[in-house]
Design a protein around this ligand. Structure first.
Ligand code: ATP
Ligand code: MG
Length: 143
């Protein structure tokens, strides 16, 4: 099931993230795609807030992944600099993707081969001014 959302500010994108965050469960994976500055990190801030965590969310571009601790920990990946899945394999991504935390992946299109079918897929398109068109696809069997 895909729902298309339209946000008009970074604050609205954070709010959307909060709602999405509240719907996630241990083991959920959220795959984010969209250009530079599309709002992936702001949506992630909202998800983390919605889960009730207090961590400061920053794009983990240079380290590939940040961990935000909590009752349900969040693993925040940024795959912008990756050419393919190899670095994820070196990092032992399975432990995170298939563990009890929640995984959020920016630039998920860099690693299509390892994104599970069960992932919630969020695609960003940049519109005029501050508009972002954000489609959220939840696999039917997850509902
Ligand atoms: N509707 C909106 N939603 C989210 N961000 C917006 C919106 N309108 C404007 N912005 C601005 O766009 C930028 C989005 O930044 P953000 O870091 O979330 O993008 P990103 O997709 O994570 O980029 P990157 O690929 O570089 O990690 C911010 O500067 C934010 O202020
Ligand atoms: Mg980002």
């Amino acid at each position: 099931m895909t729902i298309l959302h339209k946000t008009k500010s970074q604050a609205e994108t954070v709010k959307l993230g909060e709602k999405l965050g509240k719907s996630l469960k241990p083991g959920s994976i959220v795959a984010l795609t969209g250009n530079l500055g599309a709002g992936k990190t702001y949506l992630t801030k909202g998800i983390v807030k919605g889960l009730g965590l207090k961590s400061a969310v920053r794009s983990p571009t240079f380290v590939i992944m940040n961990i935000y601790p909590g009752k349900i920990p969040v693993f925040h990946f940024d795959c912008y600099r990756l050419k393919d899945e190899t670095d994820m394999e070196k990092l032992g991504y399975e432990e995170y993707f298939y563990g009890e935390g929640i995984t959020i992946i920016e630039w998920a299109d860099r690693i299509p081969g390892i994104i599970p079918k069960t992932a919630v897929k969020v695609e960003f398109r940049i519109g005029k001014d501050n508009v972002r068109k954000i489609s959220v696809n939840v696999p039917v069997k997850n509902i």
